[in-house]
Ligand binder design. Structure first.
Ligand SMILES: Cc1ncc(COP(=O)(O)O)c(C=O)c1O
Length: 353
């Protein structure tokens, strides 16, 4: 399996499974209601406190999915007369949120700070401005240039929101995500809002946003995807909480993840694949042509490896997305490199076309 987002390998950790089972027995299979009404348990509040403290933000609120977080946060915060500046490779949930908001939306070229600045400069000075980026881009594996974004935000009076779906449990010395990666901490550092998900490193289902007390209070009362949707089910909350506690107390998972990623990045680069500048456990292999991308993914699958073929609009070009976990063994990775070695000639020939 080199196609999952289970970066820390915790989906089968016995402690995560035990916590889910125990929450199921104690609280039942569902909350059958939204956080706003009958769907708040002590479990949700415990997870929110833990998250806020782990990510070094004053407050947090959890949603039923990360997709709903982005919809709810952007559509409630940005309104008429405001402008959202959005990286073109941002996740679909952010792009959909941009369609929901009454604000104007300006999409800037992927990672292009000059294009972002041009768009900020052209905006009315009095407009409320929100810059939104993925911390780690889900298909390309690159990291947003937060210091440059914060600098521009300060210069042009914008707020900053980062989607850390693929960064929590991946980036930063202790896995706190993009902010920690760049030595930033809390809303005063220039990143006003961090959103994320439990469906990747945290081995569950659900999403979150952290920000100042005021911003979280506002979101709790304005985000329609929070208010009008049932809250995360008890076993999912309990598994996310347990995975987060493991991340906090056992840095060895991050060490294994990084060791595995370094080995694969080096191995794939040495085989001549174009890994598109990835800096994270998401290592894409550029293929180019869409049909060739599916053919390549099928060949890889026939050799015993699961990967995800990705074509536009999920990415600007056809690629095979590989991703690595802390729980992969040396044997797993050597097998993977042997398969890619065998297929290298085929893929590289297609990429050249
Ligand atoms: C960058 C990013 N944001 C948000 C999401 C949505 O997360 P969830 O699976 O919790 O809906 C994803 C998942 O694909 C993602 O990659």
């Amino acid at each position: 399996m080199i196609g999952s987002n289970n970066y820390l390998g915790l989906t089968h950790d016995p402690r995560v499974l035990a916590a889910a089972k125990s929450a199921l027995d104690r609280f039942g299979s569902s909350c059958t209601g939204s956080r706003f009404l009958n769907g708040t348990l002590s479990l949700h509040e415990e997870l929110e406190e833990l998250l806020a403290s782990f990510l070094r933000y004053p407050a947090a609120v959890t949603f039923s999915t990360g997709f709903q977080v982005n919809l709810g946060v952007i559509a409630s915060i940005a309104g008429k007369g405001d402008i959202v500046f959005c990286d073109k490779e941002n996740h679909a949930s952010i792009l959909d949120a941009c369609r929901l908001t009454y604000a104007d939306v300006k999409r800037f070229r992927h990672g292009d700070m000059e294009d972002l600045e041009r768009k900020l400069k052209a905006a009315k000075p009095e407009a409320g401005k929100l810059i939104v980026v993925d911390g780690v881009f889900s298909m390309l594996g690159g990291i947003s240039n937060m210091p440059a974004i914060i600098k521009l935000a300060r210069e042009y009076g914008a707020r900053v929101m980062v989607d850390d779906a693929h960064s929590v449990g991946v980036l930063g010395e202790r896995g706190r995500g993009t902010t920690e990666h760049f030595g930033l901490s809390g809303p005063d550092s220039g990143v006003d809002i961090v959103t994320g998900t439990f469906s990747k490193s945290l081995a569950s289902l659900g999403g979150f946003v952290v920000a100042s007390e005021e911003v979280i209070h506002f979101i709790k009362h304005m985000a329609r995807s929070l208010m009008f949707s049932a809250s995360i089910s008890p076993p999912n909350v309990a598994s996310a909480t347990t995975a987060l506690k493991i991340l906090e107390s056992e840095p060895e998972h991050l060490v294994s993840l990084r060791r595995n990623v370094a080995k694969m990045k080096k191995g794939l680069d040495e085989l001549g694949f174009d890994t598109m500048g990835s800096q994270t456990p998401i290592i894409p292999i550029r293929v180019g042509d869409e049909f060739e991308t599916f053919k390549f993914a099928k060949r890889i699958f026939e050799e015993g490896l699961f990967v995800n073929p990705v074509v536009p609009p999920a990415a600007h070009v056809g690629l095979v997305r590989t991703s690595y976990m802390a729980s992969h063994t040396e044997e797993d990775l050597d097998f993977t490199l042997r398969v890619f070695g065998k297929l290298a000639a085929h893929a590289n020939a297609s990429a050249d076309q």
